[in-house]
Write a protein that binds this ligand. Structure first.
Ligand SMILES: *Cc1c(COP(=O)(O)O)cnc(C)c1O
Length: 341
């Protein structure tokens, strides 16, 4: 087991998640989440010379692994906290995971969003049983309302990645992969804020210290990549990309994931928009899987040769929530450029 990591500014972290927390998370969330399929990919294996397995997390309820962390965080609350409910600002996969997990636990959930969020996203969150509160014209306005709900109504804010219970929940994915595939030599993990890769790396390296953990982000707005290069959390502009679930910063006040990525991740690679599109196409035509851009970055990294010599490789396919029309255009071979739209 690795020693306790230090935070970005060198302080030991008080409640940094550990392997034991991931084992407890697994027990806590069993029965609430699916153990998703791990399937061999003969085509990717042939094309890359590695032995490639795909962990299909887009089959998780709500279409991404985010349900693991959200479920673990909600079930870890005290009963008083659960009675007061949870809040969040994400309109994407974290918001869906939170809404679904809260409903399952019988907990009130409010997702705050700005007026600019498209109606289909609002309806998607409502359909999962959460209350949507529309406030102001920006993410910052929505955050002000979240802070008020926390202050005045005692609700608990659950962030998308930088939280020990979220990280431990995502780590259950790492347990599943290494237990099902003990010969695994490399794990390719989509990387944004780093909750997923931090949890997976903690779990995988505790079970098998030699495993190589590779984080994959998009070239456009790779926040964690830039922060690691800078040696501290910095602000990185968000840009339109096919890997939209990987957008956003890591937080200048990042407490856990920056240090965990620094200490546990072996390599960070970036993929281009064209490579992400190729990953989505490959998943659809060769693996019969509908995958969103962020879920396809691991496949993209292998196909483009940005990751080589990986031996027995498990690729985490992290999610499948993609606009149907966009997906159709990509898989039918159209040269889609979201960066110009
Ligand atoms: C959130 C998300 C990621 C990245 O997870 P982090 O914990 O933020 O690194 C990857 N893929 C999908 C589909 C996601 O929703």
């Amino acid at each position: 087991m690795s020693q306790a990591p230090l935070s970005a500014n060198g302080w030991p972290l008080p409640a940094c998640p550990r392997f034991a927390d991931i084992l407890s998370a697994r027990e806590r969330i069993a029965g609430h989440i699916q153990a998703t399929p791990l399937v061999r990919s003969p085509v990717l294996s042939r094309e890359t010379g590695a032995t490639v397995w795909l962990k299909l997390e887009q089959h998780q309820a709500t279409g991404s692994f985010k349900l693991r962390g959200a479920t673990n965080a909600i079930l870890s609350l005290t009963s008083a906290e659960r009675d007061r409910g949870v809040v969040g600002v994400s309109t994407g996969n974290h918001g869906r995971g939170l809404a679904h997990a809260a409903k399952e636990a019988g907990t009130r959930c409010i997702i705050c969003m700005s007026r600019l969020v498209p109606q289909n996203k609002v309806e998607g969150i409502e359909a999962l049983g959460a209350e949507v509160r529309i406030v102001g014209n920006s993410q910052d306005d929505a955050q002000v309302e979240v802070d008020r709900l926390v202050e005045e109504e005692g609700m608990t804010m659950l962030p998308p990645f930088d939280h020990p219970d979220i990280i431990a929940g995502q780590g259950t994915l790492g347990l599943e992969v290494v237990e099902a595939l003990p010969e695994v030599e490399a794990l390719l993990v989509p990387l944004s804020g780093g909750g997923l890769i931090a949890g997976v790396a903690l779990a995988a390296k505790a079970l098998k210290p030699s495993v190589r953990i590779v984080g994959v982000s998009m070239e456009r707005g790779a926040a964690m990549y830039e922060c690691q290069r800078a040696g501290r959390p910095i602000s990185v502009p968000e840009l339109p990309t096919l890997a939209d679930s990987l957008g956003g910063g890591i937080g200048l006040e990042n407490r856990y994931t920056f240090a965990l990525v620094r200490d546990l991740v072996d390599e960070l690679v970036l993929v281009s928009e064209a490579e992400i599109a190729q990953g989505i196409r490959h998943a659809y035509w060769k693996e019969q899987q509908t995958v969103e851009g962020s879920g396809a970055v691991g496949i993209a990294a292998l196909l483009s040769g940005r990751v080589t010599d990986s031996g027995v490789t498990a690729v985490i396919v992290s999610g499948g929530n993609i606009d149907t029309n966009l997906h159709h255009r990509i898989v039918s071979g159209e040269d889609v450029d979201v960066t110009a739209e």
